[in-house]
Design a protein around this ligand. Structure first.
Ligand code: NI
Length: 227
């Protein structure tokens, strides 16, 4: 399931990110790639120890923590600190790959199972050509290019690539997360249920059936969550 989170970043937060990124120094993106993806990865990445990366991470983290749609869709347990990449010039593409299943958090050393992958688009889509994130799932291929500040969540198990950027620069934040609910189908069911309950409550108020359904949601979550 692909989920778009519109306006993850407020205009102010986006501007702050773009200002920090404007003066950043980039390195070869293969620093965090596995041996297989290193063969198809050809982009730039922000060094994790850089001042800019350290300043950018809390901006993204705060936006994630405040976004109800993200929290409901992802049910995050552990979030990998975001990384930042840039596709431009001769370093402009990332071929088909599947993300590594396990990642060690660079800050805590704790291992994270990657259930969901996320891309936060940080460049205005009109400022570059190409650069679509193409994801293959059982329903076919999806090419995604979102407004600056928007985020896409997709299952880490899916084959994906970033098409060559032929003009301009595409800058994005990306990260992985381990969900409280490992199975995509269960997470999907909980998300759909949560959204339906939200709509029901706003249109009908907290009626007895709405309270009962909310209880069912929490009891399903209790049954499936690995805390
Ligand atoms: Ni990837």
């Amino acid at each position: 399931m692909l989920i778009q989170i519109p306006e993850l970043l407020s205009p102010q937060a986006l501007q702050q990110c773009q200002d920090l990124l404007a003066h950043a120094e980039w390195v070869d993106g293969r620093v965090t790639a596995g041996t297989q993806s290193a063969q198809v990865k050809n982009n730039w990445q922000l060094p994790e120890q850089s001042r800019e990366c350290q300043a950018l991470r809390p901006i993204i983290a705060q936006a994630l923590n405040q976004n109800a749609l993200f929290l409901s869709a992802a049910l995050p347990k552990r979030i990998f600190p975001p990384l930042f990449n840039r596709y431009e010039g001769a370093h402009n593409t990332f071929g088909n790959h599947i993300d590594n299943a396990i990642r060690a958090c660079p800050v805590t050393g704790q291992r994270i199972r990657t259930d969901l992958s996320a891309t936060v688009f940080l460049s205005d889509p009109d400022s570059y050509e190409g650069g679509e994130l193409v994801i293959e799932d059982t329903y076919g291929q999806h090419a995604v290019k979102l407004a600056a500040g928007d985020m896409l969540l997709y299952p880490s198990s899916s084959l994906h690539r970033v098409e060559a950027v032929t003009k301009g620069a595409r800058i994005a934040a990306f990260f992985w997360l381990e969900s409280l609910v490992r199975e995509t189908e269960r997470r999907r069911l909980l998300f759909d249920m949560d959204m339906a309950i939200l709509e029901l409550r706003s249109s009908q108020g907290d009626t007895a059936p709405a309270v009962s359904l909310t209880g069912c949601y929490h009891n399903l979550l209790r049954m499936w969550a690995e805390v």
